[in-house]
Design a protein. Sequence first.
Length: 274
Amino acid sequence: MRQWGWVVLVALLNGCALTVSNPRALLLIDSFVPLASDARVWVEPGFEDYGERVASALPAAIAQVEAAHYRVFASTPRVYVCGSAECFKRYVLTPRLSAAVVPDNRLILSPNLNGREAHRLPSLLTHELAHLHLGQRIGHYHSSLPVWFHEGWASLAANGGGAEYTTDDQAYAAIREGRRVNLTVRDTFDKRHRAPASGLSIHAFYRQSFLLVSWLKAQDEARFRDLVLAIQDNADFDIAFWNIYGRAPDTQLSAFYDGVPSDNQSTQAAPAGP
């Protein structure tokens, strides 16, 4: 019983920023077969056509992720494709997700991306591959890395993928109303600060995080590159940020918030820096 309790605890503490996995995510994956045309894609039998769509999108998605991380994958990525809702529920507990990276760094796609959200397949695949890329180097979850950066970086790699359901205009409106990502709160081993900790909806949190990380890169890509490489080398986020920027994240990013456009200004571009 003690050992099972530890498995439950580990499962609950891991997962994508919005994925609460349970022990089912640690079960052996034995219901998939490799796609004949691409062994990196494993499919639920009977859904090979879906797997072929994933295989077609995979090379470009991998290239985007490796460019965003300034490094190649540590090992060949593998994508598990669920064609049925039952398959996805077997490995991912959180409802309404369309894709997830669960403990043991397993990327699983739901049937949503072969149906009503088929248009999101390339971008969401890229977003989740970004999580997988980082997970291969520092583990599936690391309390040093804040959720806003974790998700914002993945959305940046995917050109906004994963943050599509809130627009820039809506994100800026929330900021003007005082609803901002909390950049000072710190995660612990047993506590992750997600959207509610900032008083934001999930979609608003993702979009604002995407804008924050995009702004950091746009202001000084050399420093941004140094930061994400340090993160991939398992450096503590706050220490790495101070070493590279000479200040805390909330201080550095105050310029982003200062530059948020007013209601009557164009929001086509990100806020300008100092």
